[in-house]
Design a protein around this ligand. Structure first.
Ligand SMILES: [Zn+2]
Length: 70
């Protein structure tokens, strides 16, 4: 029952898949460092931006041409 005296847990860093200290002294948890945290956030933000910035096909005039088959 001495394991409770170690609040620091080691988790897998989502950024580099390396060991990361999941503890109050690590402000970047679950990442191991600010670099990994920023890197992951940047990728996530850019991916989200790409999805949000997709073109709208409803604006295509050829899609609703009334006399195309007349
Ligand atoms: Zn890392």
């Amino acid at each position: 029952m001495s394991t409770e005296s170690f609040p620091t847990r080691t988790v897998k860093c989502p950024g580099c898949c390396g060991p990361s200290a999941y503890a109050p002294h690590n402000p970047y948890r679950p990442f191991c460092s600010a670099r990994c945290k920023n890197n992951d956030f940047g990728a996530w933000a850019s991916e989200r931006y790409a999805v949000a910035a997709k073109p709208e096909p409803e604006d295509d005039p050829e899609e609703q041409a009334p006399g195309a088959r007349h």
